[in-house]
Design a protein around this ligand. Structure first.
Ligand SMILES: [Zn+2]
Length: 251
């Protein structure tokens, strides 16, 4: 991959993170040369987008339908009170450009569907699954496996958060972890913004690691955090040989 050069303005903005051993100017140039899809941009995806934008990713494709509702504002940090009743994705794009005017934001005013998932995944280097519903999550998982793209998978419920990184052919995919849609899963669920922000920031960091080679990722490990007790657990996860999505890939 031919890496983008940094401008003097970018060197000034990213100076402090380029001091990180293992990141440096090379990591910054890799990030600038990278693109990501984030779906959706609510409690989880908002902090993912915000942290990727702040860190200097080159291009963000963000997909989120609907309008801002009062019940979004406890956790969806890219939405604002004066945006209630207006497009969520316009609020997301505006806030991201305010933070980082160098960022190329592609605002998609719809959620992931069977009709758009292949094209959206095909535009980017990495996918962040921040969707609450399993049909969307399974759709992104299937396309990432088919197209060989990494996917960072994040979820929250109540005071619990979990994050893992899926590398097709190397780690379990989402269908290995969930052979069936959990029965109790619903679109609305208890959540505190600080918990989804923790999971979102963790997911963004995972993506930065995958894209730049910094540190060690959660590939093959599910990070489970119970914020009620602040217990962080690393759970080894394995591929299912009979997985209908990734079972045919070489091990
Ligand atoms: Zn699988």
């Amino acid at each position: 991959m031919k890496l983008a050069h940094l401008t003097d303005e970018e060197r000034a903005v990213y100076e402090w993170q380029m001091w990180i051993v293992g990141f440096g100017e090379d990591g910054q140039r890799r990030l600038k040369s990278s693109s990501a899809l984030v779906s959706r941009c609510g409690g989880l995806g908002g902090p993912v987008c915000y942290n990727l934008a702040a860190a200097g990713i080159g291009r963000l494709v963000v997909a989120h339908g609907g309008v801002v509702k009062p019940s979004d504002l406890n956790r969806q940090i890219l939405m604002t009170h004066d945006g209630i009743g207006k497009s969520r994705i316009e609020s997301v794009a505006r806030r991201l450009r305010e933070l980082n005017p160098r960022l190329d934001v592609v605002a998609v005013p719809e959620n992931i569907t069977e009709a758009n998932v292949a094209g959206l995944v095909g535009q980017v280097d990495i996918v962040f699954d921040c969707a609450p519903l399993f049909p969307e999550r399974f759709g992104m998982n299937r396309e990432c496996v088919r197209q060989g793209k990494p996917m960072v998978e994040a979820a929250v419920f109540n005071l619990e958060a979990q994050v893992t990184t899926i590398l097709p052919g190397k780690t379990p995919c989402l269908a290995c972890l969930y052979p069936r849609t959990p029965e109790q899963w619903t679109r609305q669920f208890p959540v505190l913004g600080a918990v989804s922000a923790l999971a979102g920031a963790t997911a963004a960091l995972e993506g930065i690691k995958v894209l730049t080679g910094l540190g060690t990722t959660l590939a093959g490990t599910l990070l489970h955090v119970d914020t009620a007790t602040m217990e962080f657990r690393r759970i080894p996860i394995r591929r299912r040989p009979d997985c209908p999505v990734c079972g045919g890939l070489p091990t």
